[in-house]
Design a protein around this ligand. Structure first.
Ligand SMILES: Nc1ncnc2c1ncn2[C@@H]1O[C@H](COP(=O)(O)O)[C@@H](O)[C@H]1OP(=O)(O)O
Ligand SMILES: [Mg+2]
Ligand SMILES: [Mg+2]
Ligand SMILES: [Mg+2]
Length: 337
């Protein structure tokens, strides 16, 4: 590599550290126990103090270093000065040393759109918090929480939570950073929590071990908290051997690239561009695909509508099988405009 790193590599290197900081904020708010929950459109569409602080931290940090980039965050927040302790100025050195794919070398700041989901899986985050609170209240010297059985509690929900920073150019998701703040939660008190996964189309994806679901087993992952008849009909039509119901778009893409699920199927409105941009880039970087249920790609230009109105279908392999199985009734109900 000669000269200074390309703008987009510097942006990903910053986004990596910014996502780590946001992950730390998400952990800190959970442990404070004061979530400051606000209902947006309803009980399954929540915002917490962690969503607010993480978004402020991400947007202020990135826009300070890259003032000409368009940044679109999920949360609608009042414009105010962001306190210094929320600012992150670091860059992940290792990313700066990676070769930028030729087609992105000359990108200018003003051509880039960044989609920010400060906390994906907010519903599950709030439920995990309630679970922790109950455990703490029940704790006496003789009645300690049994963390050796995480599935007997709702603590596994912590892994549904991610921080998503997606980078788009020319309407396409080209790079993404996914921080999973509670990764390794099973190790209990004192363990270092969290990991960061990132990827770039044409370069690859890092921070995890790529695995596929063995053989021709079809394991479908879908929503846990935003289900309806269409969602269920569409999952059933895939003739899955197994269905996993978990929260978060970022979390479900991690399941695909780590060989725990073969397809993410969500035949409903609800998911938005900030939910899919980073996951799509990471998945595509390892040869996977994220589309709507028709098999059509979403665009990520600054002026697109935020809602992914025609659902989400994501796979590492065999995308056509899944698009071909979507029932006509579901396609009709989620008709593209
Ligand atoms: N009906 C909905 N209302 C609000 N957010 C939704 C809805 N459906 C999906 N989402 C967003 O998409 C993510 C993936 O969906 P699901 O968890 O249901 O599989 C959710 O975690 C949520 O993101 P967020 O938690 O960032 O608000
Ligand atoms: Mg939300
Ligand atoms: Mg989200
Ligand atoms: Mg969110």
């Amino acid at each position: 590599m000669s000269g200074s790193p390309a703008v987009v590599m510097r942006l990903v290197a910053s986004a990596y550290r910014v996502a780590e900081k946001a992950g730390a904020i998400v952990r800190r708010v959970l442990h404070s126990g004061e979530l400051g929950i606000v209902e947006k459109t309803g009980a399954n569409d929540l915002q917490t103090l962690a969503d607010r602080l993480a978004q402020q931290s991400i947007c202020a940090s990135l826009s300070k270093r890259f003032p000409k980039i368009t940044i679109i965050g999920e949360e609608d927040l009042p414009v105010e000065e962001v306190s210094g302790d929320l600012m992150e100025t670091g860059q992940e050195e290792e990313i700066l040393h990676k070769p930028c794919p030729a087609e992105y070398r000359e990108l200018k700041e003003e051509e880039i759109v960044v989609w920010v989901d400060p906390l994906d899986g907010t519903k599950e985050y709030t439920e995990a918090s309630m679970c922790l609170r109950r455990q703490t209240e029940a704790r006496t010297p003789h009645n300690r929480p049994d963390t050796s059985k995480p599935h007997s509690t709702a603590l596994w929900l912590l892994d549904n939570v991610t921080v998503l920073i997606g980078i788009a150019y020319g309407g396409r998701a080209i790079a993404g950073v996914i921080n999973q703040p509670f990764y390794n939660y099973q190790l209990g008190e004192g363990a270092a929590l969290g990991r960061t996964i990132w990827g770039m189309v044409g370069l690859g994806a890092f921070g995890f071990e790529l695995q596929e679901v063995p053989g021709d087993r079809r394991i479908v992952t879908t929503t846990r908290s935003h289900s309806n008849k269409l969602v269920i009909d569409c999952v059933d039509a895939m003739e899955p051997h197994e269905v996993i119901r978990v929260g978060g778009a970022g979390n479900k893409i991690i399941q695909l690239v780590e060989g725990r699920a073969s397809a993410y199927v969500f035949a409903s409105i609800g998911c938005k561009k900030w939910d899919t941009c980073a996951p799509e880039a990471v998945l595509q970087a390892v040869g996977g695909k994220l589309t709507d249920i028709y098999g059509n790609a979403y665009r990520y230009d600054a002026n697109v509508k935020h809602m992914n109105s025609t659902g989400v279908l994501a796979t590492l392999r065999n995308h056509e099988y899944y698009t071909s199985r979507v029932p006509q009734s579901v396609l009709q109900a989620l008709k593209s405009e």
